[in-house]
Design a protein around this ligand. Sequence first.
Ligand code: ATP
Ligand code: MG
Length: 481
Amino acid sequence: MREENPPSTDLRLVESEERYQAVIENASDMIQSVLLDGTFEFVNKAWRNALEYTDDDLAKMTVFEIIHPDFLAHCMNDFMRAIRGETVEFLETRFVAKSGRVVPVEGSVTSRFLGDEVVATHGFFRDITERLRTRELEERTALLEREEQARYLEKMAALGKLSAGLAHELNNPVAAVQRANAGLRESIQRRDTALRGLADSVCTPSFWLAMDALTRRVLPAGTNDHEPDPIAISTAESAIEAWLEDRDIERAWDLAPVLAVAGVTLEELASIAAETPPATLSEAVTWLTETLVIGESTQIVAEGSRRIADLVRAIKGYSHMDRATEYDADIHEGLENTLTILAYRLRNVEVHRQYDHSLPSIRMFGNTLNQVWTNILDNAIDAMDGKGRIVIKTMRDGDHAVVEIEDSGAGIPSEILPRIFEPFFTSKPQGQGTGLGLDTAWRIVTKEHGGTIAAVSEPGRTVFRVRLPITPPPRGDDPET
Ligand SMILES: Nc1ncnc2c1ncn2[C@@H]1O[C@H](COP(=O)(O)OP(=O)(O)OP(=O)(O)O)[C@@H](O)[C@H]1O
Ligand SMILES: [Mg+2]
């Protein structure tokens, strides 16, 4: 039989204490025991690793020296609760390591009693640097997503506004062309009828010569550069109408205005009457009038289609439908396309161009610069309540192209000037501005084109200055992009 030598009580106690010490020393949590005066009784390995103080340091310190000043008041409070014997749970605070590094921790504090009296507080803490970093990252990502979403919505809203304006702008020439075209068919029919009447009667060659000379003089109608004098036209119209009625010509009230606007005189009408058999004078005047109307209508159709074609060309250029992503282009093209697109907002604005056409082409990325001009012009028009003067200057400054857009609006108050490029900064009433216009412009100019954008302002004169490298650095150099 084996002889058992049971260990003495003392030995067992020592063994038990060593075991607990080993558990505490090797725990992954930071553990500290602090006496009532705030001095350290012991700290474990995880604590020393995290906060870097040596036993010698700790011998001269109190717990309050490792707490971040911002959290001290709160921690004092918790410490006093622990001294009163309460357990403090879910404590979050910041410690300061010997190197000065701030260590965020969470944990709990309990009390150690000797009999009824608290003799020390025990703190158990976990380093939550990683968790906070993840939380911060998540918050930042969420914020960025919200910003991205807002930018997208702003873009869609801007696009909506632009297309509404364009639809309106296109609608005018389209309506004019349709109206002129509808009138054309009737005019041609009436002229044909008149012509048949004339063919049936005996018209001498000198009649046709007189007609030819007259139409040649007044056609194409409506192209006279000078504004017609409405009073003179109205007087002429009455005289012509009376002349026609005297000669029993049908639709005198219909024919007279056309003849008056075209500048046909009573003498000219008389000379035609002299060459025409009286029975066909009505056909002769109708033929003449409808010829003038047809001339005017074709003119309207030509002008309307030209305006439509100009707009379509501007839209194509603006939205860059026919280009590669990166290309060199004349900066004035984009400015002009933008002005055409914004024409619906510029109706009561004088636009002065002071272009330096000797500027070389500059490197562009997509059509985004047009968005810069649009956003600056949009703000300028807003600042002027739609009425005033805009001056657009281009110039060369070394290896940079400079575009200045000046408006005669109210100006930017000096207290908000430093903030205008901030995302979401707006002084406009809710629903009228998202505050992303200039933030977008700033991004495109600086991040995409390697340029700068700045504004100076006084009441009645605000200038946005965009400076773009003629050949910008390759994209991707900027660590933020
Ligand atoms: N030409 C200007 N004259 C006066 N104030 C201006 C001018 N341009 C910009 N601002 C000021 O800068 C602010 C920010 O402009 P930004 O274009 O970024 O936003 P917004 O015009 O308010 O809204 P959004 O363009 O998104 O519709 C404007 O609200 C306005 O106060
Ligand atoms: Mg704006």
